[in-house]
Design a protein around this ligand. Sequence first.
Ligand code: FAD
Length: 772
Amino acid sequence: MTGVFICRCGGNISGTVKCEEVKDAVKDMEGVKTTQVTDFLCSKPGLQLIRNAIKNRKLDRVVVACCSPHMHEKMFQNVIEEEGVNRYQMVHVNLREHCSWIHDKGATEKAVSLVKGGVKRAQALEPLQTREIEVNRDVMVVGGGVAGITAALQLSEAGFNVNLVERNSSIGGRMAQLSKTFPTLDCSPCILSPRMAEVENTPKITLYTNSEVQELSGGPGNFRVKVKVRARGVDADKCLKCGRCSQVCPTEVPSEYEEGMYPRKAIYLPFPQAVPSSYIVDFEHCIGCQACVDACPVKAVNLEDQDREIEVDVGSIVVATGFDLIDEAHLKSYRPDHPQVINAMQVERLIENELTEGKVLTTPSGGRVKSLAYILCAGSRDPHRGVSYCSSVCCPYTVKQAILLKKFLPYLKIYVYYTDMRMTGRGFEDFYREAREKDIIFIHGKPGNLTPLPEGGVEIKVEDMDIGLFTRNVVDIAVLSSAMVPSKGTAELANRLGIALGEDLFIASKHVKLDPISTLKEGIYAAGVATGTKDIHDSVIDARAAASHVTNFLGEGKLKLSPFKPVHVGECDHCGLCVEACNRNAVKLEEQGPVIELVSCNGCGACVAACEKGGLMLPNYTKKALLGEVEGLLEDKEDEVAVVGFFDDNISYTAADNAGTARLHYPTNMKIVRTTTTAILDKDLILRTFALGADGVMVSEVEESHEAELAHRLVDDVKKMLSERGVEPERVMFQPMVLPIFKVLPKFITDFTDKVKALGMIPDDKRRSLLS
Ligand code: FAD
């Protein structure tokens, strides 16, 4: 007995969808015992409505028609479970993001078909049980900046063993390169170094520096991570940090830690407070002369040291990979290649190395620097020359640097060219006021370019927006407050971990407001600048939140396992197609047939679709359930073409949600069916979708994935089959998807729908032939 609950969502749905009409259209469907409309289904009274109906009407299935399932599905499932209905006998119909927010005309009719689809799908659902598995209580933190360090320490304090993987030769990240921190002007190394030392001295933390994640297998609670540990060339446990190796090394290269401004040797200590507190060999530049080997009094240097690959088993992962400054190639008009144009990170090192040592700044020709200008938003808020977002910390760190420079060099004339001064943190506005009182000149205007002059100095021409006049200035040094971008390799890492990126290419949160620390993959969390630009304060808050999420996730040492794992239900002729279809090695063929390794299996359904004998089944993603939904969606089809979209739940469905949130319209002809992944689809299912009345089918799956490969192949096969039966192959298409392009998804849908409209409806005789 099914109960249908339709939400008005305070006008968000009822603004365009006539909810009472939807109710009337579905209330007499077979098996529907009650249909109710309410204002906020997710509120306490809304939930009580569901509770009462379950009790009074003896419901065993529930359809909620409201916002995206990605918002509140779990909450509704918990409620029905508390009332004795199996949580998996519920269908969550998306009337908001996939209907009311994107349609005006025809929204009610589409809502009716979506709810009818939901009811039919609900009726094909079986009660399922979640199983519990033991989880590995070890954790991996990737990235050893202030966010990664904070997460690792908090987790170790909570009793977890932590594997901290850092790409560089030392942990510390960008904070270790800063001089002082805004707005309090604490000494950055002084507040970070004790925490770095604590990492080194905490037995529960195993540190892998010079290391990167190569591969992930297994599943949430039981991940296996392959890590490449590059050769260090020095035994960190033996190294005395005496520096004799470095003294005799003949090779000098610019130090990364010093932003290329000062040299280091090919065997070097990354910086004085580095952790591990040990020298390291830069094998790229080492000439193998052995002088360091001979000079080391404790035989710690080993130039034969080799890279190695290790495997680490963990239950959960925190990604804290931070940022890089934007590639200077984007900022050519600012002449970043010129010696009188530097970036703000270099100023941090100048303050630390020169000014606190009592030195003065000099120009490349040796003269004293008397004037200096900051160019804010260099590459930020500028999609044509960088990134469209605000890097959020440039205004405060520029104010900080200006105040520090003025303190050390009171004679210095400092200009700050800004678009808007954004000083939104606690205490930041006072800090800005202090700068203005210190005779630092703020000019409201962003120069388009900088011109180094032959006689020396850098020319800046700009319109001062406050006075409406063009101004010209020549300074000794120009400083670019450059945009912050995701650290190099973030996309590759995300791909390896199977987590998504946002439009800005930082790691995507599960929900920007309600679940900002979770990624789209269970058990993997992200903290710090890895999820978007922020300062140290906010990075630390993120890191502590990520540690708390891990604690919740692994806390009891047991994990509820999704019941959406393939089950062997029929014949098996040991053809091995199921094993081949699985890219996670989760299917093993044994005498009795396929055996699924439940933790490695991600429930994509590829093995189910591959089995030509129908011997495998993915509970509740059966053909009966999916085609049941299609039947409901198309039940009221009249004289308009109908397009069915099979969208993978993770990325494509989320992209459609995002398009809905952005109110981007597309034709009502498109009705989206949520699949676990599109790997569950097979040729028969798509042909049956056409036979049920679809005139077009779009299969959308996350780009460059195993599932996308399968979907691509499937669509090609279906095209051939359609052609053979005299039906236009263009009626089926594969749409690869990544979240950042959600804004163009409506265009893809509109173009496809237009194409199907031009082809018209499939004639009945041809439709019938599709099942032969
Ligand atoms: P990061 O500091 O970038 O650390 C990330 C770490 O991850 C690095 O160690 C990196 O090597 C490592 N990593 C990256 N990719 C991988 C990978 N694939 N595998 C393994 N490891 C990886 N904020 C303030 O609050 N106050 C200030 O005064 C201030 N001044 C600033 C001045 C400048 C010029 C700039 C650019 C920023 C400033 N900030 C300041 C911002 C501050 O630097 C950041 O908020 C902070 O560093 C974020 O820490 P994080 O750990 O998220 O990232």
